[in-house]
Design a protein around this ligand. Structure first.
Ligand SMILES: *Cc1c(COP(=O)(O)O)cnc(C)c1O
Length: 421
């Protein structure tokens, strides 16, 4: 029996309607940018396995650092103890995060990083005896699948059955360069009529919405406005963090800095799940008290797992190296050139790119999990490239270590598949 057949017996996959999509391809190996399936076919991982493996799969430098850690310390309760890898990681992160960030809180995954950020914001005001009950978020944002994170998310495909159970939220449009005065007016109304704790946003690029890119000046004004009204700002950099937009963090492009930042995905270079919620000194200080219950009583069993910390330390070493910084800029330039070219394709409505992220919208209506999307995905796979369309968007987010030839192959595959439509 193949892996695919054995899988069907006991496994329930995420984001899947098993009745119409019963099959999951068995992948048995991944190295650098190449995935190998159980039949020996190879695929270029053009989306870095959901934006995680930015330094390539099974990266030797990260693996070695993790292997050393495994000989030394595997797991320790973080509520009572600390350890060298967590301390070193906190120092490395604070050195590269926006300069207002002062404290590092550990979580397990992107959703809980956001969950934690929302709880911090709510308790920040609770501790100040100014209880607030409402959040603001962008339309079509995605922040994860736990209840708080889901509340902030605006993609109804994922939230439908749970809408009645979510935290109060008011949605505003993303800034497109023409609408920010209208957005500020809307914010003014929301903030004066409700007790708003925080504004949660994906800075500059909305990933799950189809790599939608915002107007940076508009975003800067929105953040500034929230700050002027005492609304905390939470940047969900789970997707954008660690170099994707051409800078270490998307917030580095924006003058107004967030109070809280959520990180995961590329944090460990894809090796193990881990996440961080960082915050300013001011937020941390609001939890200091002789009253124990004013502390932040949120914890995950594997908080600051030493193996995860080791992988993150090695990933940050790589990210900040001249070599990787150079590759990011090089990939950005090549995306720019590809964008100019593919824009003229009759099936392409528009293109956009920032850093290593490139996206094009097809000039056709496409359901998020419909048949055209399935056809495209399988056509790309037949050509040996793993690309996963989102709605009518085809996007690329390649590992920083991709070779010129591999990148060229992704571009020509997209052109070839579009020609068949
Ligand atoms: C993926 C993602 C999340 C959720 O992270 P998980 O690790 O899948 O829980 C949250 N926010 C953004 C912006 C993401 O891209």
């Amino acid at each position: 029996m193949t892996l695919q057949e054995r899988d069907k017996k006991h496994i329930w996959h995420p984001l899947k309607q098993h009745q119409t999509h019963p099959n999951s391809l068995g992948i048995v190996k991944a190295k650098g940018c190449i995935l190998t399936d159980e039949h020996g076919y190879e695929y270029i991982d053009a989306i870095s396995s959901w934006y995680t493996c930015m330094f390539g799969h099974c990266n030797d430098y990260i693996n070695n650092r993790v292997y050393e850690q495994m000989q030394q310390l595997d797991q320790i309760m973080f509520s009572d103890f600390t350890h060298p890898a967590a301390v070193e990681l906190s120092e490395k992160l604070i050195a590269i995060l926006p300069e207002n960030q002062a404290k590092i809180f550990f979580n397990d995954n992107g959703s809980t990083a956001v969950e934690s950020a929302i709880k911090m914001a709510l308790q920040y005001y609770f501790n100040k005896e100014d209880q607030r009950t409402t959040l603001i978020a962008f339309e079509n944002g995605f922040h994860g699948d736990t209840f708080g994170a889901m509340s902030a998310s605006g993609l109804s495909v994922y939230n439908g059955p749970f809408e009645d159970f979510l935290i109060n939220i008011h949605r505003i449009p993303v800034p497109d360069g023409t609408n920010h005065s209208a957005i500020l007016a809307q914010l003014e109304t929301i903030i004066s009529n409700h007790k708003v704790a925080a504004f949660v946003y994906e800075p500059i690029v909305q990933g799950a919405a189809g790599m939608k890119i915002h107007d940076m000046n508009g975003l800067n004004e929105i953040i500034g406005f929230c700050k002027s009204k005492n609304v905390l700002t939470i940047a969900d950099e789970v997707m954008t963090g660690f170099g994707k937009t051409g800078k270490n963090f998307a917030s580095d492009h924006i003058q107004n800095k967030p109070d809280i930042i959520c990180l995961s995905k590329a944090l460990t270079g894809g090796l193990v799940p881990m996440a961080i919620t960082s915050c300013t000194q001011e937020i941390y200080d609001a939890f200091l008290s002789n009253d124990i219950t004013k502390g932040y009583f949120h914890c995950h069993t594997y908080s600051a797992n030493p193996i995860g910390c080791a992988a993150a330390i090695a990933s940050i070493d790589l990210l900040t190296s001249d070599k990787i910084q150079g590759s990011i800029q090089k990939i950005a330039k090549r995306h720019e050139q590809f964008s100019e070219k593919i824009k003229k394709h009759p099936k392409v409505k528009s293109t956009r790119n920032i850093g290593v992220i490139f996206a094009l919208d097809l000039d056709t209506n496409m359901e998020r999990y419909g048949t055209l999307r399935d056809l495209l995905l399988s056509s790309f796979m037949k050509e040996g490239v793993f690309l996963r369309p989102l709605g009518n968007t085809i996007y690329i987010q390649v590992p920083y270590v991709i070779t010129d030839t591999q990148l060229e192959k992704i571009y020509t595959t997209i052109e070839k598949v579009l020609d068949t439509l």
